[in-house]
Design a protein around this ligand. Structure first.
Ligand code: ADP
Length: 285
């Protein structure tokens, strides 16, 4: 084999073993199929399950869609997929030998989730990490995502192997961290922030879910877990935007009824403003 010189360098380090000064770190990013177009990808992460990550993912997608953007949700939470149910979707995704077609919600959001493929949606997914990460990657590569402005990825909870692989495989433009007031006092947020920074992805915002409770009788706002520290914590990490969502039985009921698209977008409205501003989907057009 002839020696690689600056003259015959192809700039494709994946097919070349030369250890030269301009060698680029290996990229694990996977390409979309030729029928798909996705402009911006936002990962919604949490330190652990059950904090409302799927709710926030759905609310952000619904609010963006209401504003006229074309949105999609890739449900990467393979072992706890709750996205289809919250949108009231129970049918199966269709496909060809090669590609899968996402299911579309009432307002037109494109959805792909393991629950749209399983024979029975209550079947548990008992796969090992690499298989789960492979399924998520296929949701990116083998689904026909039709002209999407904003894709929201409901990430697997935590900062382990599976979220790490997803981070490396998808071209994520930014991260939203979802926490509860209790998690803010632990190291959970710091871990999520550090993971994003290791991946060179900006943290675009933080959502404190179950932040407060509004008494239905007197309308008084109660911070049941103590005075919110969300803004202080966000400031300490340089996170530009904070949203707070109250704990509200109406939200639970709407999600259970598959009506997450009708949950009020006011709680995430400022966050969505800032996503539109800092991550414009069609700046080049
Ligand atoms: P995660 O994706 O983090 O596991 P989910 O979004 O699935 O969490 O939320 C877990 C449960 O809590 C769901 O039934 C959801 O409807 C409910 N829930 C989440 N946030 C709220 C809230 N602010 N008010 C009421 N119920 C909520």
């Amino acid at each position: 084999m002839s020696e690689v010189t600056s003259e015959n360098c192809t700039h494709d380090c994946s097919t070349c073993g030369a250890n030269c000064s301009s060698r680029q770190p290996e990229s694990f990013l996977k390409a979309l199929n030729p029928y798909s177009k996705v402009r911006k990808v936002i990962a919604v992460v949490s330190g652990k399950g059950g904090v409302g990550k799927s709710l926030v993912t759905s609310m952000l997608a619904a609010e963006m869609q209401r504003r006229g953007h074309r949105c999609a949700v890739l449900d990467a939470d393979i072992t706890g997929p709750s996205i289809p149910k919250s949108f009231g979707i129970h049918e199966h995704a269709t496909g060809t030998e090669e590609f899968l077609i996402p299911v579309t919600t009432h307002s037109g959001i494109q959805i792909m989730s393991i629950n749209l493929i399983l024979e029975n949606e209550t079947e548990p997914v008992v796969w090992r990490g690499p298989v789960i990460a492979g399924a998520v990657t296929q949701f990116w590569t083998d689904v026909v995502w039709s002209d999407v402005d904003y894709m929201f990825v409901d990430m697997p909870p935590g900062t382990g192997d599976v979220p790490l692989t997803v981070f490396q495989s998808l071209p994520i433009d930014g991260v939203i961290i979802v926490t509860t007031p209790q998690d803010l006092v632990s190291m959970i947020v710091a871990k999520a922030v550090n993971m994003a920074s290791m991946m060179n992805v900006p943290v675009l915002g933080m959502v404190e879910n179950m932040s407060y409770f509004v008494c239905p009788d007197c309308g008084k706002k109660h911070e049941i877990f103590g005075e919110s520290r969300a803004q202080a914590v966000a400031d300490s990490f340089g996170i530009p935007q904070v949203a707070k969502i109250p704990i509200d039985p109406v939200i639970t009921t709407m999600v259970d009824a598959g009506e997450v698209e009708h949950v009020s977008g006011e709680f995430v409205s400022d966050l969505v403003d800032s996503l539109e501003k800092n991550l414009p989907a069609r700046e080049e057009e």
